[in-house]
Design a protein around this ligand. Sequence first.
Ligand SMILES: Cc1cc2nc3c(=O)[nH]c(=O)nc-3n(C[C@H](O)[C@H](O)[C@H](O)COP(=O)(O)OP(=O)(O)OC[C@H]3O[C@@H](n4cnc5c(N)ncnc54)[C@H](O)[C@@H]3O)c2cc1C
Length: 429
Amino acid sequence: MTATTLTLELLHPGQPGYDEARTVWNAMIDRRPSVIARCHSTADVAAAIQFAQTEDLEIGVRCGGHNIAGLAVPESGLMIDLTPMNAVQVDPERQVAWIQGGALLGELDRATQEYGLATTAGNVSHTGVGGLTLGGGMGWLARQFGLACDNVISYEVVTAAGDVVTASASENPELFWGLRGGGGNFGIVTAFEFRLHHIGTRTLVAEFTYDWAEAFAVLRGWRDLNATAPRQATFTASIVGQELTVGFVWIGDPQTAAELLAAFRNLGQTAAERIEELSYLTLQSREDSAQGHRFRRYWKGHYFMSLPDEAIRALLGNPGVGASLQAYGGAIADIADDDAAFSHRDTQFEFVTATRWNNPADDAEQIATIRAYAATLDRYAGGAYVNTLNGEGVHRAFSPAKLARLTTLKNNYDPTNIFHLNQNIRPTR
Ligand SMILES: Cc1cc2nc3c(=O)[nH]c(=O)nc-3n(C[C@H](O)[C@H](O)[C@H](O)COP(=O)(O)OP(=O)(O)OC[C@H]3O[C@@H](n4cnc5c(N)ncnc54)[C@H](O)[C@@H]3O)c2cc1C
């Protein structure tokens, strides 16, 4: 690759755009890379990897910048900024989309919805396709079509050695296996090829709020109802202060959700209900402001394979701390566990407790509160989502057998661990 074919821009501290590029979602992260390589092409990414190795700089890889621990930003290292690589191409006939490795979910959704198509993406449109998909990718379509990673047909990857390779079921299948849930450990993905589905544009969101006195009974009923929920529905629950809200997001014709709405109304005496019909694009950006940048953030997550009554009591046992549950199951669980690196497909509910604040003086207290609450639920957890890990080890996200297979893959693709600012699989060579 000659220098003339490169479009790499290097940003150093003090240069225009440097601070903007190093700023990520969690305002607690204030790291200063020595240089930021803004990549516009696959060749730029390969050149940036080579530059980092020549200059002995630690590598961070940035897509949407939403990793809670700010893993995209290396202190004094080289941040490989993929955000200029955000092009999307859709083939409506073949129902396939090609999207570059630095794009945001909103860019993917907007391009595919022009044809009434979509693939599974997360719930906040400013999250990166890169980090979300490489860790699995949970969204409102997952119970119908599987996780985001289950819908990837192929990846274009720049490896630690600087090679550009394709990973698919037929080409480099073991790498393909590892990229579906194994995070950014094996290389930098410069393009994803996604399978798309006809979903139309219509959705419905239902939320019912109950008196706190009814919370235990309602959450039990909600759990039981989830066991037979249609795949168009993804059950949600949130606890904010002394208020429980349960509901579901429905992807499809809102009329067909009538039966489920009636079942929710039977769960207890509702204090308030909100039923909204939204376009799919509006749904996908509905939480964008609430989940906006600028705040200091902390969270902990668990996967619950079941939700026994004692777990519900524990969940409701700390009403001052915000918590949410989102149902898994459906097409996620149809896929065999060893089909991809992503683990815990038998999860029934993903739990996240999260907080945000502004004053750095409150950091310790805010973090301690979340940790203490999450710890009360540890005993009911069967693992955690790799993309919500926040300081815990990867053993929470993968079984020992999967970790062993991932380690072999890491040994083959990144034996010196140049890609370690991620949920790291350590090589053993
Ligand atoms: C507001 C918010 C909403 C969220 N909602 C959801 C949700 O609905 N569903 C869900 O599953 N998760 C969700 N998450 C979790 C999300 O999946 C992770 O935070 C994920 O890491 C974000 O990816 P990113 O590209 O934005 O982050 P970044 O911080 O840019 O990247 C995180 C890591 O991913 C790797 N990476 C990113 N892109 C590439 C690439 N192209 N090639 C190689 N490695 C790469 C790097 O290791 C990087 O350190 C949400 C997070 C936030 C903050």
